[in-house]
Write a protein that binds this ligand. Sequence first.
Ligand code: AMP
Ligand code: MG
Length: 695
Amino acid sequence: MNLFDTYIAVDWSGGNDRGATPKADAIWACVAGEEPVYLRNRQLAEDWLATRLETEAGKRVCVGFDFPFGYPAGFAKHLTGDEDALALWDWFEARIEDVPKSNNRFDVAGAINANLPDIGPFWGNGLKRDIDHLPRKGLSRTNGDFAERRAVEKLAKGSFSCWQLSGAGSVGSQVMMGLPVLTRLRRRFGAAVWPFEALDRAVAFVEIWPSLLAKSFPTDKIKDAGQVRAVANAMAAMDAQGTLEHALKKGEGAGAEGWILGVGAEDLLEAAMRPTDLPKPPKLRDDCFALPAGVDWTPVDDALARLEAAVSRVVGVEQVSHTRVVGRVVAEVITARRSNPPAPNSAVDGYGFAHGAAGEGDQVLPLLSGRAAAGGAYEGAVPYGSAIRVLTGAILPDGVDTVVLEEDCSVTATHVAFRGPVRPRANTRKAGEDVVAGDQVFDAGHVLRAQDAGLLAALGVDRVPVFERLRVGVLSTGDELVEPSQDAPSDRTYDANRPMLLQLAQAWGFEAVDLGHVPDDRAALKSRLDEAAAGCDVILTSGGASAGDEDHVSALLREQGNLQAWRIALKPGRPLALALWQGVPVFGLPGNPVAAFVCALIFARPACLKLAGAGWAAPQGFMVPAAFEKRKKPGRREYLRARMGPDGVEVFASEGSGRISGLSWSDGLVELPDGAAEIVRGDLVRYLPYGSFGL
Ligand code: AMP
Ligand code: MG
């Protein structure tokens, strides 16, 4: 049984009215299964929520808000005399004044600080005017008895402290400006607040944090809109999968600090986000390869354009580990789960200090004991005017913004000396200078490579949404074919195309399915194609594609597979046979291995990539001087087996298309234009290295 009927996710904002046009960093709300709603200020958000909760009367509604429902332990008691977090909600509701263009949150924070020993925990005055007791920076502050973070935030990597009231990503203002609204809605609708109260009433308020789901965010122009949609749908999916209850249990024992839904249950959350249940896209239309009437010889570029238009993705989506992504196609926009680097750090081994404390000329700074190392942060702040040993990759300790290279220092046990001036922030790396958390790093359709696995890992993306591997079946036809493991009389031909095409498919990141070899026998061919259609997304056949007597492939496909024989103006290559067998596209490649290879590279590869969800892939060519001479007639585009030599690109001595050895001799193809050409040595010709075909 589901716990709830309706799920709403709200991305809150602590700032002022954001204007009429939907923008990021405003309030966004989304009901699971519906479209996100833009709410330009808190007054509108409160009205929208109230109206929605009224219309949901009689149903059980779970509303998630993305700001802390409590403060670090002890704070509620300090403010209200009561350990109850909800007493603190009432306390804020009684004091916060809020209209669309202004509010008193910084003054309230300053007043709280004033009543605490030392400076007090709140910081980050975002206003022009100074506020008593509210420092602009957090560096020199003391928290008194309160922790910097709640227990749950120590587990939620990248979360912010609720003491910080301004600055990118900060959450402190949202809490102060959110709790009063929630307090009023709670009273009006009798909502139960998780994890402080039992969820035995119609409306529940839970704390959410969309960044927990960052790796699974769908594509949306405005990130916040995508986030609330994702979280609302994830809550619904968890409830449907029976895991929401377990995730809610993780909040037990959190006391007045509160908990974030999903922390401690990340695997359940991820399972709820997994898009594997997305329906597969429909099969291709039966007439997708039909050529318009009157088209006879098709130039290569026309054929490619027609092919591109004819095919579309046929595979579904799955999630895979970032450790196994090479050759996989990204299924939906991937965003960084955290910044790279995540925090300001040192680019060198040296000594760190506050830049303002060191001037020009000889500098001597007292050296603190201890050090900051990569993976071993320095606990505590560095007082202004002191220096600390820092190693490459170390997070800059509080109070340090500049590092001087150790080679430029002389050091004693107690002091470090160097010559100024030193550039502000010298030898440091800014947080997010490479990638900022939430940045889109890969678009859907990108084919992932080894270096991409490195980037995904660096950004904390473990599971990657990719398209299922395209299953490419490879079938050889012809009575004359035998396996190379057999002795063969000379009237037999070893099947060269099948191992070649299977391994091309593998190199392109597809799942290669060996469909074996069938003789020129119509019934055998038909039953093999039937089997193949059940287990493959696309079928590559070779042989039997010309119009000769033995060409059963063409004949069968013509009768039952809506065959379209494309007479493409290219050499080497017979007509390219395109058909659909039970909805599965069939590429009938030439039997001749050289022609089969060239047609696979030029036509089958981009078509398969598009079927696999990747973009259409035109090979990258380079104009290079010819180290050969050749005259060609107009009419057909030609591909010559080629490789780079000392004087330019060389071509294989014989153009004979039976010469398979030329494929191994070559490192690429020279592409000669459709028209006539007379090439002399030194002329620039277009060279397509096999690397341009992903080989
Ligand atoms: P076909 O298209 O069946 O007329 O074949 C054209 C030429 O390619 C003939 O010489 C076939 O023997 C040869 N051929 C067809 N399939 C293969 C294959 N799988 N491996 C090697 N040669 C083949
Ligand atoms: Mg044949």
